[in-house]
Each structure stands twice: as C-alpha cells, then as structure tokens.
Design a protein around this ligand. Sequence first.
Ligand SMILES: [Zn+2]
Length: 120
Amino acid sequence: MKKNDFYLIGGIILFVFIGFLFMIIFRTEGSQVLITIDGKEHKTFNLNEDTRYEILHDGERNVLEIKDGYVRMIEASCPDKLCVKHRGIHYDNESITCLPNRVVLRVIGGEESDLDAIAN
Ligand SMILES: [Zn+2]
C-alpha cells in the first residue's frame, strides 16, 4: 500500500466517523415520556429523572422504569409481554405499546418542550 492510499483511507474513515457523530448529536432526543391509557393522557415523566411508576388500570398492571434517560416497561400483567420485551426508548416519538392493557408509553417533546420550559 502506498502512503497516499493510506491517507485516503484514513480520510474516508474520519469523514464517516464525523458524519456518524453529527447524526447522533442532531438526532432529537425526547425529554419526556407520556403515558396514555385507553387513548387518554394519563401522566408525563421527565426522562432525566430516574423513577419507577406503576400503572393500574382495569385490574391490569404495568410498571415502567426510567433509568439513564431511557424508559422501558419492566413488568406487565398482559399475556404477550411484548411491551416488557421491547428495548428501552429514548428518542422523540418512539413508543412502547401494551396492546392488551391499552397502555402506551411515548417519548415526546424534544425541542418543543425546551421552548415551553423557557416560556414558563
Ligand atoms: Zn404488555
């Protein structure tokens, strides 16, 4: 391999790396998680505060956990447990749905809620 080829490949790797970095930085991170039960807004939590919350609804139970900026369902009374298997969510508009219990966790308010915070 010639020295110039080496620089070229190094340059391409650097370029891809920088592009990747930009993608991560500018991807909108949600700031809150909205809990919806039966299509109705139930409660919101900030993603930057670690917490656990039990959702009790029609005798069904879901437990969500917010940790390190990610929210996930850690327990559920539903038969399929799809919501529990779902990975933690973090980015704007990502959601975890528990269809049998009609519970939805959705990440909301990237930049918008920041503006709201300033306005308040
Ligand atoms: Zn479920």
